[in-house]
Write a protein that binds this ligand. Sequence first.
Ligand SMILES: NC(=O)C1=CN([C@@H]2O[C@H](COP(=O)(O)OP(=O)(O)OC[C@H]3O[C@@H](n4cnc5c(N)ncnc54)[C@H](O)[C@@H]3O)[C@@H](O)[C@H]2O)C=CC1
Ligand SMILES: O=C(O)C(=O)Cc1ccc(O)cc1
Length: 314
Amino acid sequence: MPDRLGPPLDTPLVSRLALVGLGLIGSSIARAARLRNLAGTIVAVDRDPAVIRRVEELGIADEATTDPTAGVRDADLVILCIPVGGFAAVAKAIAPALKPGAILSDTGSVKKSMIEQVTPHLPEGVHLVPAHPVAGTEHSGPDAGFATLFRDRWCILTPPEGSDPEAVAKVAALWSAMGANVEVMTAEHHDLVLAITSHVPHLIAYNIVGTAADLEEVTQGEVIKFSAGGFRDFTRIAASDPTMWRDIFLHNKEAVLEMLGRLNEDIAILARAIRWGDGDALFDLFTRTRAIRRGIISQGQETPEPDFGRRREE
Ligand SMILES: NC(=O)C1=CN([C@@H]2O[C@H](COP(=O)(O)OP(=O)(O)OC[C@H]3O[C@@H](n4cnc5c(N)ncnc54)[C@H](O)[C@@H]3O)[C@@H](O)[C@H]2O)C=CC1
Ligand SMILES: O=C(O)C(=O)Cc1ccc(O)cc1
């Protein structure tokens, strides 16, 4: 079977890897880690017993449990792959079981809040290395994951000042081995950049699909009937997990509101151009945005299909 992630490593990067949350992201890490022999033992921890049963059926972890304390015990690396709103409670619950020298990481879409939630519970000698793979789909749960999800995507690490360089290097090596390109930045910068590149676009999609649904009464089914093109693309994004996205907006409030303010100003400018027939202003903007799209495609950062058309390659 062709494996586009590379061959299994001779020696695993970590002895015991505990993944907390086996949804799209956690199960994709489990699959990639298994494929490339990145961990001696993969432990799956999820609070939902149905998810644990499914993980066992899929055979994507060596051990699986609903007990977070038992699950993270003796782990060298623990990765929290749960919605951003759950970090504090889970950190508090697992803290007494984390072994000295262990690394605590995550995959959350918001980083400043992750650090603020986890730091008060972090035991002495445990290294915090927050991470965000900028890769995903609108699907959730352990069946949605696939080993090549992170290939040729960015993974952003936001280690707090004074972090242990060896711990950062270990987490970077893990993401590289899963095919990701790793970049390091501050949590604050991450949250600002992701607000405009990911969070606000999702908010716009949720908004436009919601507004169109509200108009359904007026248009009598035509919104759905003629939903080709632009609207259809928005519905994919607007099908993303409600819990996950509620948490993202509540935990990246400042940056999202800042970017929304800017967006509102620009929309007002566009409305004015349309009202006054300023075709040049519209044409210039659309020419600029087309160049941006073409630049993204030439860098291989495009998302061609909802499932990225890559699942079959596993
Ligand atoms: N879905 C996406 O496209 C991406 C998501 N992320 C981030 O990764 C994280 C995980 O996202 P997904 O895998 O998509 O979510 P998901 O909804 O597919 O899976 C989350 C899993 O965590 C479990 N869980 C929730 N709270 C828990 C707790 N307190 N203890 C134990 N298990 C718990 C749930 O039962 C579920 O199985 C989120 O923080 C999200 O912001 C990052 C990049 C992309
Ligand atoms: O499905 C899509 O287009 C996404 O944008 C997936 C995604 C969701 C959340 C993230 O933090 C990163 C990537």
